[in-house]
Design a protein. Structure first.
Ligand code: 26V
Length: 822
């Protein structure tokens, strides 16, 4: 078996021990007799950082000397999770660190548990960005992630009387050892004010923006250690502060106290992550956040470019590509135009060519309520010059491109216009992104097809070849090697140690799928992981669960389209069957949820409340003899996912077909062996292709059937009246059975599914879902067949390595070359 390339340095346990002690003394200023767990964690991080910084320096030197083309991944979210364990693994020193800490009387798992998650993201989109930068570093590509240094990441979720409450996330209350402040690279960001038309010496008309405010962006660099630590790239996150240079006037005018109010306003920009996932709120602060990090990042990119190429703009787009992670950074397009035209005196056409050659855009959702639109009036107040530029982009686009293709067709012009007309005019950020980019991609095959066919059909006709697909992926380092050490050891034993880079190597274990000895090893590991999870469940919720029961897991943000409510109805159906017949034939099952609801999403919060109330009732009902348990884990986050995923038997991926762009949890769960109970949606389709239909439980309508039913007119009452079990469980929600003394507390769920029209057709798919769950249950009873299916799932997920996603982006969009680092 081929061995993995060794890390670029070596470190034994003794060296690591000495280094930790040295840092405990000289970096932390404490000693081994009184050090807190936190101090041990920081000393361990500092010991690792000695190597990280050395590789970072070498990487930056290599990138500078080679002057290679680089990708700039612009994203309002990076959902990093914990960093220490990941860095130790990628440095190849995890075992050395564990042994060193053990020699020092410390348990590495306790030490790692000290670290709060870096939760600067909501869900799929932010975690994808984190996986991508891991893969880019691993593959030795020059890449920088650019984002926002939120003081508070996604809220901490607590349950009070079964309801979600939100508490502030404090990920860096006492500082973080994983970031480096770079005051030498601060940027100034103008906002508000007005635009003046002036004429230069030669009589050319110029636009001059007189901003009303200027805020300062301070960069914090998080080193991103590639697997094997050849390359260490950076994630650069911008923190906002009041500008010392530009706001002197208030101060000098005697406004010593008033200036503090200005400081607070400026600091508010990077204060908190917006907790909405898939709903656009249109808040001024959110637009300022977006502009703030894009403006800082572009100036940073241009500063680096100019250092090598001075005022020669002809190579800008061959040296740089900017990937827009959804439309959140789309304002970077008019900002680059402004910098080139207003500040660097390029003519419009040259500037526009550079822009269009530099930006590419990834779409992550088709949900209409998630497509960003800004009121023209708001845009004009915050970014008056950018609005002018957008109007000019739009005018030229409509006249020079749309009119040429469809002469005199005002209907198409209205559809393609970046400005939406109506009671209040709006800037459509998706349109701006398509017009200003050279490539647009969706995130799974079916999603990319729907982007072309349903979202942007005219754009697809106008720009042949612009639309493409890159199926998402996940990093196997975090989502198998680090989170599932038992299974990782078994896989390494069988296929060698190179699989964390080349996940296709796991195909080799398919040959053991029917080998009873291997099945036993594999299933013993799954059971051990479930035993650990059962202990965590007990600790976090007080609920006792049987580790031999089916662990049936739905972990993702709470949203109607993801249909946690359909899972809820199925739980009620199982419960009811057990009450009617205590001998009802089913394997014991633990249904586990992890999910946060957007704070303003009433129905999502009602669903959490209902699940908690149902859990209380079901878990304490002796009549069903523990055959069904329901667990809702509080404060779901990356760290909880890392514990749950290795323990999963069933992976619930039950969105209405056409609505989940890709999903990435589906990939993580399948890689760790879980069987997907899923619709033909997003990447589920590709997972089924890879694993084989016989190793997944597919149910429900496909996209065509959904669209046909929508066209024909969907009536949820039909299903209510024709399916007695469905009717019974829905009616149950109107009683006080789960909320004693308070009938009606769960009625909103029933109402949304009947009077509300059931927009995501949970009732239409219910019977098929229930059948699929029954099928999963009977497959679980066949121990050998079940083990086989799990093994095949692990063996066939190679495609979903985010390294493969990166190679797809590189080949089809970014055109990067690898830069080896000595
Ligand atoms: C929208 C908004 C609107 C304004 C407030 C903040 C905010 C934050 C996020 C979003 C859009 C989120 C879109 C998203 O996360 N899509 C998910 O992307 C995953 C990665 O491609 C994909 O796997 C999921 O299927 C898709 O739902």
């Amino acid at each position: 078996k081929k061995a993995a390339p060794a890390a670029s340095f070596s470190l034994n346990t003794t060296d690591f021990k000495e280094s930790i002690l040295k840092h405990l003394h000289s970096t932390l200023g404490t000693d081994e007799n009184k050090a807190s767990n936190r101090a041990w964690a920081e000393a361990t991080a500092a010991a690792a950082n000695d190597f990280v910084y050395e590789r970072l320096r070498q990487t930056q030197k290599a990138h500078f000397e080679a002057d290679t083309r680089a990708v700039h991944y612009l994203s309002a979210e990076f959902l990093m999770g914990r960093l220490l364990s990941n860095n130790l693994h990628n440095l190849g020193v995890f075992d050395a660190a564990a042994d060193a800490l053990k020699d020092l009387g410390q348990d590495i798992s306790v030490i790692l548990d000290e670290e709060p998650d870096m939760a600067l993201g909501n869900g799929g989109l932010g975690r994808l960005a984190a996986c991508f930068i891991d893969s880019l570093a691993t593959l030795n590509y020059p890449a920088i992630g650019y984002g926002i240094h939120y003081e508070h990441g996604l809220f901490r979720q607590e349950f009070r009387d079964n309801r979600q409450i939100e508490r502030p996330d404090e990920w860096r209350e006492y500082g973080s050892p994983f970031e480096i402040c770079r005051p030498e690279s601060v940027q100034q960001v103008p906002l508000f004010g007005y635009v003046e038309t002036v004429f230069d010496e030669t009589g050319n008309m110029k636009k001059k923006w007189h901003p009303g405010r200027v805020i300062k962006g301070i960069p914090w660099d998080v080193p991103i250690v590639g697997y094997g630590a050849e390359t260490v790239n950076i994630l650069r996150l911008w923190e906002s502060r009041a500008s010392d240079f530009f706001n002197w006037d208030v101060f000098n005018a005697g406004g010593y106290i008033d200036s503090q109010a200005e400081n607070a306003e400026a600091e508010a920009v990077s204060k908190v992550l917006y907790p909405n996932d898939e709903t656009e709120a249109g808040k001024q602060l959110r637009l300022i956040q977006q502009y703030f990090f894009c403006a800082c990042s572009l100036k940073d990119i241009i500063r680096r470019y100019s250092r090598a190429h001075g005022n020669d703009w002809s190579k800008f787009s061959t040296q740089n590509v900017m990937q827009l992670n959804d439309t959140h950074p789309a304002v970077a397009i008019p900002e680059l135009m402004r910098l080139l035209v207003d500040e660097h005196d390029l003519n419009w056409d040259d500037a526009w060519t550079i822009c269009r050659e530099s930006f590419a855009y990834t779409n992550h959702t088709l949900l209409p309520e998630a497509l960003e639109k800004w009121d023209v009036s708001l845009f004009e107040r915050v970014l008056p010059r950018h609005l002018e530029i957008i109007y000019e982009i739009n005018r030229r686009f409509l006249e020079d491109e749309v009119e040429v293709k469809w002469p005199g067709n005002d209907e198409i012009k209205a559809k393609l216009s970046i400005i939406e007309e109506g009671d209040s005019r709006k800037v459509r950020m998706g349109h701006l992104s398509v017009v200003g980019s050279f490539k647009v991609n969706g995130v799974a095959q079916i999603h990319s097809e729907l982007v072309k066919k349903d979202l942007f059909p005219e754009y697809d006709a106008l720009f042949p070849g612009k639309f493409t697909n890159v199926t998402n992926g996940i990093t196997p380092r975090r989502w198998l090697k680090a989170c599932n050490p038992r299974l990782s050891a078994l896989l390494t034993e069988k296929v060698g140690e190179n699989w964390p880079r080349d996940l296709e190597l796991l195909r080799d274990i398919a040959k053991y799928a029917d080998d009873p000895a291997f099945q036993k090893e594999y299933m013993d590991i799954k059971l051990a992981n479930k035993v650990d999870m059962a202990a965590t469940i007990l600790e976090l919720t007080g609920v006792e669960v049987d580790p031999t029961a089916i662990f049936d897991i739905q972990i993702k943000r709470l949203h109607e389209y993801k249909r946690q409510q359909m899972n809820l109805l199925h739980i009620l159906a199982l419960y009811r069957r057990l009450l009617e017949n205590p001998d009802y034939d089913m394997n014991p099952r633990v249904v586990i949820f992890g999910s946060k609801a957007a704070p303003g999403y009433k129905l999502a919060k009602d669903i959490i409340y209902a699940l908690n109330c149902i859990a209380e009732k079901v878990n304490s009902d002796a009549r069903i003899k523990g055959k069904l348990k329901v667990v809702f884990l509080p404060n779901y986050r990356v760290t909880i996912a890392e514990k749950l995923i290795p323990a999963a038997d069933l992976s619930q991926q039950i969105s209405l077909a056409g609505y989940e762009a890709s999903g990435t949890g589906n990939m993580k769960l399948a890689l760790n062996g879980a069987l997907t109970v899923g619709t033909l949606d997003g990447a589920n389709i590709e997972i089924a292709e890879e694993a084989g239909e016989e190793n997944v439980c597919i149910f429900g309508m496909n996209v065509d059937e959904v669209q046909a039913l929508q066209a024909q007119g969907y009536n949820p009452w039909d299903y209510y009246y024709s399916n007695p079990e469905l009717k019974a469980v829905l009616d149950w929600l109107d009683t006080d059975y789960f909320t004693p003394g308070k009938p009606g507390e769960l009625s909103s769920i029933k109402r949304s599914l009947l009077d509300g029209g059931d927009p995501y057709m949970a009732l239409a798919d219910f019977q098929s879902y229930s059948d699929a769950q029954k099928d999963a249950d009977s497959r679980y009873s066949d121990k050998a067949g079940w083990a086989r299916a799990m093994i095949i799932n692990t063996a066939t997920m190679g495609k979903f390595n985010s390294d493969r996603s990166m190679e797809d982006y590189v080949r089809d969009i970014w055109k990067l070359t690898k830069c080896p680092v000595k």
